[in-house]
Write a protein that binds this ligand. Sequence first.
Ligand code: BJW
Length: 263
Amino acid sequence: MEEALLQQAALMLRDARRIVVFTGAGISAESGVPTFRDDLTGLWARFDAHQLATPEAFHADPDLVWGWYEWRRARVRRAQPNAGHLAIAAIEAQVPDCTLVTQNVDDLHERAGSRLAIHLHGSLFAPRCVAAAAHPATFPAPPDGEAGEPPEGRRIPPPRCSSCAALVRPGVVWFGEGLPEAALSAAVDAASACDVLLTVGTSGVVYPAAEIPRIAARSGATVIQINPQRTPLDEVCAVNLRGTSAQVLPALVAATWGPNGEG
Ligand code: BJW
């Protein structure tokens, strides 16, 4: 990463009153949580999204889908926040008007101390009744803390809702499903009103989430990207910091507010 670019980004952050941090799977990669689209290690390089991440897939084979999400949930439970997650919590501590918007379904931002993360694609830890629109979802707590992690191909029948006996499904947003309205609208509002948006570890190809940095840019904000690879968002970014989030974010926080956050 070029030092001059880091200093340029630090100046932009120091001058900003309203900041949005927008994260994707790359922020959790250095915690051992796989991304989706990285060539060899991404989930979609090993698993078929059509068989696992659509409402039709769950309808066709709920045990396969629930087993896969239980495997992922167990992996995340074992993971720890990395220096990138901690640096974002440090930005929030420096800037009172900082909104964190994540596409991630893990809880590593929360565990790193972030105040409130807007989860655009739901959470691995909030399973819900398939008929949840009709009544509040109630179901026996999933067997957290079971010894070990289910092997990745294991089929596990999902629990049933205690009030209507419908299946309980992972609380994530699958392809073809709408995003949670309140989360999307809060993210759009924050992106429309910020001075700087920092986009970190996302390929920027999944919509409507990928509109968030574009909305910020169109509204006059400066967009800074942290990613080891080029992405379609490069074109809207004033500065592209090529590197991993666990390396670049702490360096950026130190360059902006000093090594001890003295400003
Ligand atoms: C590092 C790093 C390190 C690596 N440090 N960086 C417009 C155009 C085309 C298509 C569409 C469109 N609008 C809608 C669509 C369809 C579809 C879509 O976008 N498809 C495209 C893929 C073509 N969108 C939808 O279906 C959405 N719904 C919708 O539009 O509904 C319409 C509707 C409205 C109203 C009513 C009903 C319907 C829903 C999208 C849901 C996405 N779900 C997933 C799975 C969540 C559950 C789960 O986890 O299983 O969300 S897919 C997956 O992609 C996941 C992610 O949140 C999302 C984004 O991925 P992300 O985070 O960017 O990860 P990667 O892997 O792509 O990138 C990682 C990046 O990190 C890379 O750039 C690396 O270089 C980098 N990196 N290591 C920093 N250490």
